[in-house]
Unconditional design. Structure first.
Length: 230
């Protein structure tokens, strides 16, 4: 199965693919740290959106306030929606980390919607796909049990991981969303990593999307997220 990362591989040529895994482990998995310190959430409407992700949601390498999650808050304001956004994303987090953190986050923030943006670091560490899927399923079910709607944010890995592995990895998000009847963003970096000039959309590490790409990341998430918000 041909993945959307094929064009990125061609655009970056050999300079990107061979060191990609090592760089991502140093990048997506770079130093633990919250995008912002989660605070008790409340809003006039009672709506709270909890984002549980990795460096792609934690503003890694970006100035504070320029990532897609802060842009989401501005989008909500433009749409006159009063939902509170809590960004509990940590650079380097895996689905195991997210699964262990989620119960406390659900108790503290009592979100109406949970956005799960995790899994990329699992693949880059070579963790078993069934482990990733089980962790995402457990998170999804825990959020649903707590009364929250769930949005899964799908990712893909470069083709040098092998066509079979890449297809199974990207497919697990869709399969899980279907099985659990939750919303899905098929590919978080669509229009960023799958275009001919993809390198221009990334920071100097050629891994993390740059500031100009954050609006596109939000555009990939917003249509599905909007459906979940009153």
């Amino acid at each position: 199965m041909r993945t959307d990362f094929t064009k990125l591989a061609r655009a970056a040529a050999g300079r990107l693919l061979r060191p990609l895994a090592a760089l991502l482990l140093a990048g997506l998995a770079a130093g633990p740290g919250y995008a912002q310190a989660p605070a008790p959430a409340s809003s006039a409407s009672g709506e709270t959106i909890l984002v549980v992700g990795d460096s792609l949601s934690a503003e890694y390498g970006l100035k504070r306030g320029s990532g897609w999650v802060p842009l989401l808050e501005k989008q909500l304001a433009r749409e006159k929606k009063t939902a509170k956004v809590v960004n509990a994303s940590i650079s380097g987090d895996t689905t195991s980390g997210g699964r262990s953190r989620l119960p406390a986050l659900l108790t503290q923030h009592q979100p109406s919607t949970v956005v799960i943006e995790l899994g990329g670091n699992d693949a880059l560490r070579g963790l078993p796909l069934d482990m990733t899927e089980n962790n995402l399923r457990a998170m999804t079910q825990a959020a649903k049990k707590a009364g929250a709607k769930v949005l899964l944010v799908g990712m893909q890995v470069p083709p040098n991981y092998g066509g079979d592995y890449s297809a199974k990895f990207s497919g697990l998000f869709a399969n899980l969303a279907k099985a659990e009847k939750v919303a899905l963003v098929p590919f978080f970096l669509k229009g960023i990593a799958d275009v001919d000039d993809a390198v221009a959309n990334f920071q100097a590490d050629r891994i993390h999307p740059n500031e100009q790409s954050q609006a596109r990341m939000l555009a990939n998430v917003w249509p599905e997220l909007k459906k979940l918000i009153k």
